[in-house]
Write a protein that binds this ligand. Structure first.
Ligand code: KIV
Ligand code: NA
Length: 261
């Protein structure tokens, strides 16, 4: 299959073709998402929460991101693969962010980085793009700011959010991800910029949609944000297979004739 690139995404947005994006953290999951026609895979720092079991995205390290990016990059044949710069690699010096972006391109088979922030990240985005590292900007709710913000909530400052997206575009970002804003703000940003927008909790008017795969397939335990649509119950499926296995051992029916040499 032909690889999705920054240009493919720009063409899709221009033609009104919606972009699909999901998170991926390992080889088999990335493989099935890629085979299913998901356009963009994100090795999100959400892996701190959904894979590592942490309370926030803050603890995951650059080395751990690279480890997961290797697996996802190896699996994806068609999808473009984007890797989050984890806290605080997108907040330290620009030189440091360049080193991290270069590691993504040199050590994994992934194609771009994602960086939280808008206007205040212009210079950093420009430096990365100048160095040949494509950047997806992430505006609106910024999970790496959770301790400063005192929690996660819908972002409301329309003017600032539109300015953030415009600044990211001017700096050279190929795409703007928008998290947790009203439908009106999702649309205002999408109308304002000429690069594709991809929303999570940003309404139906962005050029694409992204969710955390574990939330989508019902592998996350506990709280799900309002913007998630859970389309399967993989936890339930695994639980049934595992309890059936345990019961079959217990009652002596496993292994049977077919599973015995
Ligand atoms: O880390 C992540 O999964 C993300 C998505 C929620 C967009 O940044
Ligand atoms: Na993230």
């Amino acid at each position: 299959p032909q690889r999705i690139t920054t240009r493919t995404l720009q063409r899709m947005a221009r033609d009104g073709q919606r972009i699909s994006m999901l998170t991926a953290y390992d080889y088999p999951t990335a493989q099935v998402l890629d085979e299913s026609g998901i356009d963009v895979l994100l090795v999100g720092d959400s892996l701190a929460m959904v894979v590592q079991g942490h309370e926030t995205t803050l603890p995951v390290t650059m080395d751990q991101m690279i480890y997961h990016a290797e697996m996802v990059g190896r699996a994806a044949r068609r999808a473009m693969v984007v890797v989050d710069l984890p806290f605080p690699e997108g907040q330290l010096s620009i030189e440091n962010s360049l080193q991290c972006g270069a590691r993504v391109l040199k050590e994994t088979e992934c194609h771009a980085v994602k960086l939280e922030g808008g206007a205040e990240q212009s210079e950093r985005i420009g430096a990365l793009v100048t160095a040949g590292i494509p950047v997806m900007a992430h505006v609106g709710l910024r999970p790496q700011n959770v301790l400063v913000d005192g929690g996660y909530r819908v972002q409301k400052d329309t003017d600032r959010l539109v300015k953030d997206a415009l600044a990211a575009e001017s700096a050279g970002a190929f795409c703007v991800l928008i998290e947790c804003v009203s439908r009106e703000i999702g649309k205002a940003i999408t109308d304002a910029v000429s690069v594709p927008t991809i929303g999570i909790g940003a309404g139906p008017d962005t050029n694409g949609q992204v969710l955390v795969t574990n939330d989508l397939i019902g592998l996350t335990s506990g709280y799900l944000p309002k913007f998630v649509r859970q389309m399967a119950d993989v936890r339930g499926t695994i639980r049934k297979a595992v309890t059936d296995y345990r019961d079959a051992i217990d009652d002596g029916s496993f292994p049977g004739k077919k599973e015995t040499f």
